[in-house]
Design a protein around this ligand. Sequence first.
Ligand SMILES: NC(=O)c1ccc[n+]([C@@H]2O[C@H](COP(=O)([O-])OP(=O)(O)OC[C@H]3O[C@@H](n4cnc5c(N)ncnc54)[C@H](O)[C@@H]3O)[C@@H](O)[C@H]2O)c1
Length: 396
Amino acid sequence: MIEGSADSGIGGKLTYGMVGGGAGAFIGDVHRKSIALDGMADIRAGCFSRSYDNTLATGKALGIAGDRLYKTFEEMAEAEAKRADKIDFVVIVTPNISHYPAAKAFLNKGINVVCDKPLCFEEAEAQELADLAKKNKLLFGVTYTYTGFPAVKHAREMIRKGEIGDIIYVTGEYPQDWLITPQEKEGSKQAEWRTDPKLAGKSNCVGDIGSHIENMISYVTGLKIKSLCARLDKIGPGRVLDDNATIMLEYAPGNTAKAGAKGVYWSSQVAMGYDNGLQFRVFGTKGGIEWRVEDPNYLKVSLLGKPRAVLSRGRDGFYPRAQSLSRIPSGHPEGYFEAMANIYKTYIGALIKQKAGQSLTEDDLDFPNAENGLDGVKFIGKCVESSQKGAVWVNF
Ligand SMILES: NC(=O)c1ccc[n+]([C@@H]2O[C@H](COP(=O)([O-])OP(=O)(O)OC[C@H]3O[C@@H](n4cnc5c(N)ncnc54)[C@H](O)[C@@H]3O)[C@@H](O)[C@H]2O)c1
């Protein structure tokens, strides 16, 4: 485990617990390492797996006291809430099916929640979680990791300041190739649950990675989807859920697109040659912006009447919010851990201020929240609805 050394400068370490993320899991360890990067919170409790042996082994390796290793998340929420030194927040990194009940259990016990995406299966569940967090005055984060990159935040600020004019068209794509072979039948736990509707929900590909495109475009552009037309394909033999999706969109008129805008998203897990190719392009009346996660420290910008430019993180005058989340000088690549750490730095910073009774600014709250999670769940549902009706346009 990486030990964070940086002083947050905000004061006072928080504590957290984790549900999921046992030995052999993917994203839980990424969360722990990213949180440790800034040294603002320590792990103190966990229910890391449905296997208690795994929870005990994972907890021991992380140095967690035995009485704070729990058999179920329900038991953990109950017991932690009674402690004088209860965790400040819980991180939920289980397969999608348990996001809703686990988040609800902790919110009901007055514990702040960070949950991975997609937030849950149904819109009504997501709405309930958002309402519960608000009612209990708790902070709810949803870890759409990729909006944590400084270059993404700079792109957002350029668009908000009108530098590329009115948005007319956007493209978002997220190709991967790991499911070109039937991994779900070859022992990959990650593939098994993602391709099983009981554990993943209504969609595999749109739920798992298309939801990142939806969140990214919404965050960067501020555009609101008006309607969409989706075709979800099941290319791998015997697959019940989608592994490739093509989506056309229309956006409502708004601050960044006075006449509204149009766009297209493509997500795929069967696109040979792509590891993790999340990318967006935003075209406006005065310029265009392009970013891809496999080269995340750079932002391609084309402004009318000016030479095309490639802006470099930490070097080329990023706006203050973006610059403040850049940790090392330009040319020293920052990546996935730092992007996730930026979400946590902001979320934990907001919790610290909230605990101290201080009011929170827009920058303090610049992390994906339950409402963003709700938008994601709605997006997945609308894509499935459109596709099932024969790829027809459906209102959002
Ligand atoms: N933000 C991102 O970029 C990103 C990336 C990958 C995965 N994810 C999301 O993270 C979640 C987990 O994905 P993963 O790839 O790490 O899955 P995984 O299968 O690798 O890990 C899931 C873990 O949860 C545990 N678990 C399952 N049910 C549990 C329960 N009821 N109580 C306690 N533990 C339980 C499993 O034992 C395992 O340790 C998914 O919702 C996925 O969509 C997000």
